[in-house]
Write a protein that binds this ligand. Sequence first.
Ligand code: OAD
Length: 234
Amino acid sequence: MKKLVVSSGAGISAESGMMTYRDAGGLWDTYPVMEVASAEGFAANPPLIHEFYSNMRKKMQDTVHPNAAHLGLVDLEKDFDVRIITQNVDDLHERAGSKHVLHLHGELMKVRSMRHPERIYQLPCDQLTDKGLTTTVDTRDPYGDPVRPHIVFFGESVPEFEPAVGLVQQADILVVIGTSLVVYPAAALLQYARRGTEVYYIDPNPASVPSWVHVIPKKATEGVADLIKLLRNQ
Ligand code: OAD
């Protein structure tokens, strides 16, 4: 089976009702990015960070569902060995049913121990002092340690980048969906595709990319439907 690697960004979840970050009216227009998504912001105001991610979790749980683009990628598993690398912290690829999902920027529905980062908890979690989706600076894990969102903040390293590069290097087909390609190192992934890899980029407002990339300038749901037809007719 050919290996089809997907690199998704906020745009794939836009039609599910998740705000993107940099489109007009996006999350970073509404909240100061360095306050809610940076290592400095977390150090300066941890309660704000807990509140921000707790609210996002609630919204994701209550009102956001996978869309036809997420589901289309699951359908492609019939024909391809599909591996998803996502910059998204939402769990819509998993909820859609994708088998292999690597989160470059962490996961909204997880928190981890501040003292032992390898202790990661999927929310809601009975082992924590707060059993729901809300965490605060007072939330403790079973060892009595405070927890923090399992999110890669600006200024922190991206531990899943190397595994992601490994996947891109093995790709026969690479599909980039819904990302402005401005946040590094994620934006650099494209550069690791082998010569001869077919590369597609689905985005209604695509960033400029090398000429060997086939751009599909459409929303994710339409673009993924086009891609499926295209790949099945090859
Ligand atoms: P951006 O908000 O920077 O870019 C969103 C992209 O989605 C843009 O290129 C839009 O044109 C596109 N888009 C909008 N609606 C779409 C639709 N219906 N279908 C397909 N594409 C659509 O989001 P990212 O590139 O994902 O990191 O941002 C990268 C990182 O910056 C995020 O992971 C986040 C943020 O800071 C962290 O929070 C750690």
